[in-house]
Design a protein. Structure first.
Length: 220
């Protein structure tokens, strides 16, 4: 018997967005006269929403509310300029999604990326209503690791949370899955380490997208 639904994180799970996010954030920092960061530093800046990305990138002694608000406005402008310039789906994502879709397993995306950016990414790389729901960060729903978004998707599907696989690449994703009562599956091609994922509740780790199929279909 298969699981009855799969929810995916977006950045670091379906799409490699790291360079575009780093370019946008470094552009924001340069605009405001702050030092920039190496691309790899952004592996630990992203994952908890754009506000937190900006907070982590800005120098500690400059993180007053007024400065962060101005930097966030700049960050959104810079990311719109950089959006989907270097971003690509990870190798193997497309055939994995196609096989799940062919098996009539409902798919959704739950991300802390602001909804307008998330929607643009999905429309660019995954057209054709591949996902039944795409939920990004917005004011009406708490961001991950709060399980509200995941539980909303489960309710809309009419599926018990225990029958849903949640797939992500950060501690935030694994904590979301645990709190929602879903199966936490961590991906090893994303922004963080397998050790971090396991420490925060991952029950399975997969090293390639197609490794997800037997997990979902419960053949392993």
């Amino acid at each position: 018997m298969s699981f009855k639904g799969v929810i995916f994180d977006l950045d670091g799970t379906l799409l490699d967005t790291l360079e575009d996010l780093a370019d946008a954030a470094n552009g924001m920092l340069a605009t405001h006269g702050y030092p920039t960061h190496a691309i790899d530093a952004y592996r630990y800046f992203v994952g908890d929403g754009m506000n937190m990305l900006v907070t982590r990138a800005v120098p500690e002694d400059q993180r007053d509310d007024g400065t962060l608000e101005k930097c966030l406005v700049t960050m959104k402008r810079e990311y719109q300029r950089c959006l989907n310039v270097k971003t690509e789906p990870y190798a193997g994502i497309d055939p994995m999604l196609a096989e799940l879709k062919a098996s009539q397993i409902p798919l959704a995306v739950l991300t802390n990326k602001p909804t307008p950016f998330a929607t643009q990414c999905i429309e660019r790389f995954f057209p054709g209503n591949l996902f039944e729901q795409v939920i990004g960060q917005h004011d009406r729903l708490p961001k991950k690791p709060d399980p509200a978004g995941a539980l909303r998707i489960a309710a809309e599907w009419g599926v018990a949370p225990s029958e849903i696989v949640y797939v992500g690449d950060t501690s935030t994703d694994m904590e979301t899955a645990v709190r929602a009562g879903m199966l936490p599956v961590g991906v090893l091609w994303g922004f963080r380490t397998g050790e971090e994922l396991e420490q925060h509740g991952a029950k399975r780790l997969i090293s390639s997208p197609m490794d997800l199929i037997p997990v979902v279909k419960q053949t392993v």
